[in-house]
Design a protein around this ligand. Structure first.
Ligand code: HEM
Length: 331
């Protein structure tokens, strides 16, 4: 379908694309964030977060991908403001799109420790951002430096969380959603590479297996052997299946190679290989492991810098706060 590029052509190609996309500060507020934000007030912050994430992931390795996804869902709604952690009636956390989010207990545990060490100082949004970075490293992914100074939001609305993509969208919808957060097509393709680890509930793909778009037939873009495997595995919507069937535990470019073999688990994964705007990037990444790791880190920094850029319809509550408990706004 797509002409294969040789290694050096694809290397050049992807760097050209990266350069073309790399100037993009329109939607982030990273000027207000800094590496030194807690240097005086909570110097051991990163040590504490890292050792807690390590402890939890050592006990349950599925928490690493879960924390990365939790951070994505947080930053996708009202910026990275820990609004996903608020646990009240009608909050983002109870939305349909949030149903299989996990890792909340890790953030609660880190917060409790930090409240002992440096009370009322570190925001839940900063904790989640650093925990997602540490979780990526624990899963074998790249390291990047995290800036700090995010505030915790006071507003969390379930309907807004249901706008986060669930895997049934068209590529145009994904591109527009990412664009509305200041993320470009390269960020979309590279961050989708997070699906190189972790799992999905079968409910997120069942429509592809039996009755795709009301045809009574499976999605024709699934490899027949993989389809058989998935049909056996996914008898119940609550069952889990790995996002990367070949190397589910390795943070690598196998996710992109799977797409070439029609082995993308979600239809939004597979479609990245059939849309002309994203397919060349997928093809290039299949053979560029170090570019993937480098750009994944860069795109995660952009994701983590998304701030409440569209707060103009809100009142002065939008300044945010440092929550004492990540589950609730301060009294
Ligand atoms: C491009 C749009 C995206 C779509 C449509 C999407 C969709 C999904 C879906 C449907 C699942 C499985 C949910 C379930 O349990 O049923 C999932 C899992 C996951 N997603 Fe995404 N996602 C997207 C982007 C991202 C991004 C940007 C990241 C992080 C940088 C991410 C990280 C993950 C991870 C790590 C998992 C596995 C979670 C676990 O094992 O608990 N996703 N995603």
């Amino acid at each position: 379908m797509h002409r294969k590029m040789n290694s050096s052509t694809s290397f050049l190609f992807i760097f050209t694309v990266i350069l073309a996309f790399s100037v993009n500060h329109a939607f982030d507020d990273s000027d207000t964030l800094s590496f030194a934000h807690y240097h005086a007030t909570c110097p051991d912050l990163e040590k504490i977060i890292h050792s807690k994430v390590k402890e939890w992931v050592n006990k349950d390795s599925t928490l690493a991908p879960a924390l990365m996804r939790l951070h994505f869902h947080d930053c996708s709604v009202r910026g990275c403001d820990a609004s996903i952690l608020l646990n009240h009636k009608g909050s983002e956390r109870i939305a349909n799109a949030s149903k299989s989010l996990r890792g909340f207990e890790v953030i609660d545990d880190i917060k409790a420790e930090l409240e002992k060490e440096c009370p009322k100082t570190v925001s839940c949004a900063d904790i989640l951002t650093a925990a997602a970075r540490d979780a990526t490293v624990e899963a074998g992914g790249p390291f990047w430096m995290v800036t700090y100074g995010r505030k915790d939001g006071r507003v969390s609305i379930a309907q807004e969380a249901d706008l986060v993509p669930m895997g049934h969208e068209k590529i145009t919808d994904l591109i527009e959603f990412f664009q509305s957060k200041g993320l470009n097509v390269l960020d979309l393709v590279v961050l989708s590479g997070a699906h190189t680890i972790g799992r999905s509930t079968c409910g997120s793909l069942q429509n592809r297996l039996f009755n795709y778009k009301g045809t009574g037939k499976p999605d024709p873009s699934i490899n027949p052997k993989y389809l058989n495997f998935l049909r056996r595995k996914c008898r119940w919507a609550s069952e889990y299946v790995e996002l990367d069937a070949v190397t589910p535990k390795a943070f690598d470019v196998q996710y992109y190679r799977n797409l070439e073999k029609k082995m993308g688990l979600l239809s939004t994964d597979q479609m990245l290989y059939s849309d002309s705007r994203t397919a060349p990037l997928v093809t290039a990444l299949t053979s560029q492991s170090s570019v993937f790791r480098h750009q994944f880190a860069a795109s995660m920094v952009k994701l983590g810098n998304i701030q409440d850029y569209d707060d103009d319809d809100d009142d002065d509550d939008d300044d945010g706060e440092i929550r004492v408990n990540c589950n609730w706004v301060n009294a």
